[in-house]
Each structure stands twice: as structure tokens, then as C-alpha cells.
Design a protein around this ligand. Structure first.
Ligand SMILES: [Zn+2]
Length: 256
């Protein structure tokens, strides 16, 4: 029998299985030989959420097999997380900051696109297929589904804690430090394609009379051809982005 003391920090405590939920420290007994990663997941916490791991005070990867009387301390990812840089826990960094959103956070996906961030959404329905997209196309998986994040092939991922899409966006902007990198009106909200400037003449026949009259600057999606202009939607978007960036500048509410 192996007895290991676990210390979980911050919101990871709330993800522990029922009998231990909310406990910050406890001793866990188990029979089989197991890596620290497997034991942490068996306790309820998906590995992508772990930001720092120590065993007996020393910084650790997920690989070591736990020994009797080990003390394991587990902290969540803390802002700012840079997935482009290799770490002990995630030695394979991403090549660029890009996301794949699960079906349960569709509105968040559209918000991220409107800020200009590459976000795949709706390309797959089944968990296994979404996980495979995150792995093979090297993207950060965003989901509300804790079991999806426990899949072995997931490297980078985050469990949205709020139900509200604007609050979810704020979580992601804070965690990955996106505030300075947003490029509104650079990406198609409908399909994630990039927008390019286009002359008014080129899209004239596709515009409503009032749009034709009042607007001069147009963009079109390289992928689906949708036409964009800085109309009333743009004003709302600008106000929304201002709000999110302002809020992101404030410190996060959940410390502990
Ligand atoms: Zn498009």
C-alpha cells in the first residue's frame, strides 16, 4: 500500500471527487504502481489544468511513479500562461496561439473570433474527434466538459468555470494574456477565415441600400466570402471589447 499526501491549490480543490471535494490536503492510499499524472486524474483533476507540480518540494513533470510517503503539491495554471514556451509539464509547446472550442462553449468561440483569435468550432461533435483536432492541429481545447480534458492526447486545455460566454471570454483573455493581442475585425465570425479589405465596388451588388449609402470601408472573408463593414455591430463589438479588456486589467476574483 502506498500512502501519498496531496495538497491541491485554488479551484482544483473543487474538482476533486465527491468524497474529497473542497479539501486542500489529504492522504491518499492506493495499491497499484501509478504515475503522479494518473493519480491526480483518478482524484478528479484533469492534467491540462495543472500549472505546477511538486513532489517532496521539487518541481516535477507528470511522469514520476509515486512512492510511499511522497508529498505532492498541485497548483492550477496561473495567468499569464504562454503555451508557446515548453515547460516541465508540457514539453511540447504550441506553434501559435489557437483554440478549438467544444460544442458547449459555442458563443465563446464566436467571441474569440471577433477578437481575432483563431478558433475552430463545430468541426466535430464527438469528444474523441474534438480531442483529436486539439492534438493533431495543436490547439488549446476550451470546454465545460471535465471528462474531455482528461483524455490522454490533450496537451493544452482549459475548463471554463463560468456558464456565461462573456465571463468565459474574460477567463480565457486573462489566463492566456490576450488583452494586448486582440485584432477586432480581422477574422470571420461565421467561419474563422481571415478578413481582407475589399473595394466597395467589388461588393456593391451584395449590399443593402442603406449600407451602400453610409459605409465606405469593407472587408470580405477569404474563406466564405461574407462581407463585413464597420456598422452598428462594430460599435457594439468595440464597446464589448473595451469592457472585456478593462475587466481583464483588474485582478482575478478567485485567489486562495
Ligand atoms: Zn467566413
Amino acid at each position: 500500500m502506498t500512502a501519498v499526501t496531496f495538497i491541491f491549490h485554488n479551484y482544483l480543490k473543487e474538482l476533486l471527487t465527491k468524497e474529497r471535494r473542497g479539501l486542500s490536503s489529504f492522504t491518499h492510499h492506493f495499491e497499484r504502481r501509478a504515475s503522479v499524472k494518473d493519480v491526480i486524474e483518478s482524484l478528479g483533476v484533469p492534467h491540462p489544468l495543472v500549472g505546477r507540480l511538486t513532489i517532496n518540494g521539487g518541481e516535477s513533470s507528470f511522469a514520476p511513479v509515486l512512492r510511499d510517503k511522497d508529498v505532492v503539491e498541485v497548483s492550477p495554471m496561473a495567468a499569464p500562461v504562454n503555451p508557446l514556451v515548453p515547460t516541465l509539464l508540457r514539453p511540447e509547446p504550441l506553434e501559435r496561439l489557437a483554440f478549438v472550442a467544444d460544442a458547449n462553449v459555442g458563443k465563446l468561440a464566436l467571441h474569440l473570433r471577433s477578437l481575432g483569435f483563431h478558433t475552430l468550432y463545430g468541426a466535430a461533435k464527438r469528444d474523441a474527434a474534438i480531442a483529436e483536432i486539439a492534438r493533431s492541429r495543436k490547439r488549446i481545447l476550451l470546454t465545460r466538459d471535465i471528462s474531455l480534458l482528461k483524455r490522454k492526447i490533450i496537451g493544452h486545455g482549459y475548463l471554463l468555470r463560468s456558464n456565461d460566454p462573456a465571463a468565459q471570454l474574460l477567463e480565457v483573455v486573462r489566463l492566456y494574456d490576450l488583452a494586448g493581442r486582440s485584432k477586432p475585425l480581422s477574422r470571420c465570425i461565421a467561419c474563422n477565415g481571415l478578413l481582407v479589405p475589399v473595394s466597395k465596388e467589388a461588393v456593391l451588388d451584395r449590399l443593402e441600400p442603406l449600407t451602400r449609402k453610409y459605409y465606405q470601408d469593407f472587408h470580405t472573408c477569404q474563406q466564405c466570402g461574407k462581407v463585413y463593414w464597420p456598422g452598428s455591430h462594430r460599435k457594439k463589438l468595440d464597446a464589448f471589447i473595451r469592457h472585456i479588456l478593462q475587466e481583464a486589467g483588474r485582478s482575478a476574483p478567485d485567489k486562495g
